[in-house]
Design a protein around this ligand. Structure first.
Ligand code: HEM
Length: 335
């Protein structure tokens, strides 16, 4: 039976995280596939030395890399990140084949694992984005607001994040993750009176209480990110945002990390934020925060990662992929 054990997607927010995005070098697909199967072992080698540090590692795979590494049909929701161009603000799509979400109570554990896994991938995959995130006190982001309050808990969290066997049998236990690196214009933000900051977020700053619906502005972050389905049920995602920055260069950021069982819910949120709902009513946060990166990754189960299928592993669907590639002149480099 196929292993449906999820990766450590739902571990609690930790004090430290390292977020690595890599691109796979041309021709290095076999090596990278082999390296992926060693990731659980590397995590154990580092994490076992300090169990109370609760080191975890989640690996995500982008759409292009999926084709190159496995030549299997795509998981239903996997496609390249869709860039968005609103009237005022843009969400760019940036390169990324692999994503590593390393979390622990101490940065040294994340750093050691980041070293070990990039050593293993050296010459085969290259880091194109690296962020060292920290937990700020009160769980506040660098805008000064508590971030993460409305994350689902318990069974609701699993339902929101893990693919259900009924929806996608081949990928049950997997997940999707969208990441974006934002930098804030803190000077402009801090010049806003607190009442206006609260109207931008939709919650009070000190006590973190949500504003009543009749007071909350339609362009507030919370209003635009509250998504309800046709039956009136709220559609949730799990966010593990991390603050990061560098005081010398006045870089102040939030690294957005959102997991969901299907990316369309996150894509609706992004559309609401950047295009607006209705169009033009875009997220007020974006007047102060700029998205520099954007990626979507599929997060396979532990079983898939530990024993990744060889390319075209014996399915009629992979034959169809190969046929399709052939018609596009892809593959068969030996001629
Ligand atoms: C600059 C980047 C961002 C910052 C600083 C930020 C900050 C916040 C804060 C302070 C809250 C209120 C407290 C909470 O419930 O967590 C919040 C809520 C939320 N954010 Fe963000 N966020 C950012 C980007 C995003 C993005 C890109 C998405 C989705 C694509 C998103 C989705 C949500 C959701 C779903 C909620 C909860 C809404 C509710 O049900 O009340 N956020 N965010």
């Amino acid at each position: 039976m196929k292993d449906v054990e999820p990766q450590a997607v739902l571990s609690p927010i930790t004090e430290a995280a390292i977020l690595l995005t890599l691109v796979v070098e041309p021709g290095a697909e076999d090596e990278v596939r082999g390296a992926l199967s060693e990731m659980s072992g590397l995590k154990r080698s580092v994490g076992f030395r300090l169990p109370e540090g609760e080191l975890t590692c989640v690996v995500g795979i982008g759409a292009d890399a999926w084709d190159r590494l496995f030549r299997l049909p795509h998981p239903a929701g996997l496609h390249p990140f869709r860039a968005l161009a609103g009237a005022q603000h843009h969400a760019p799509a940036t390169p990324g084949d692999l994503f590593f979400h390393l979390r622990a109570h101490r940065l040294d554990l994340c750093f050691e694992l980041a070293q070990r896994l990039t050593e293993r991938l050296a010459g085969h995959a290259r880091v194109v984005d690296e962020v060292h995130g920290f937990r700020s006190f009160d769980e506040r982001d660098l805008l000064g607001f508590v971030d993460g309050t409305e994350n689902p808990e318990g069974a609701s969290a699993s339902t929101a994040v893990l693919i259900d066997a009924e929806d996608e049998p081949a990928n049950a236990g997997g997940s999707y993750v969208v990441v974006q690196k934002y930098v804030h214009d803190l000077g402009a933000w801090d010049a806003l009176p607190v009442e206006q900051q609260e109207r931008a977020i939709g919650r009070t700053k000190l006590s973190d209480i949500e504003m009543p619906d009749d007071v909350k502005p339609p362009n507030s972050h919370v209003a635009l990110n509250t998504i309800v389905d046709d039956d009136g049920n709220e559609r949730q995602i799990m966010r593990y945002n991390m603050p990061f920055g560098a005081v010398g260069t006045r870089e102040f950021g939030t690294y957005f990390i959102g997991y969901a069982a299907t990316p369309d819910v996150i894509e609706r949120m992004l559309s609401n934020m950047f295009i607006g709902n209705p169009p033009g009513t875009y997220d007020r946060i974006l007047d102060f925060s700029t998205a520099l990166t954007g990626n979507l990754f599929f997060v396979p189960t532990i079983g898939f990662l530990d024993d990744p299928p060889e390319p075209g592993a014996g399915s009629s669907q992979s034959a169809a992929v190969a046929e399709h590639d052939e018609s596009l002149g892809i593959g068969n480099l030996d001629g």
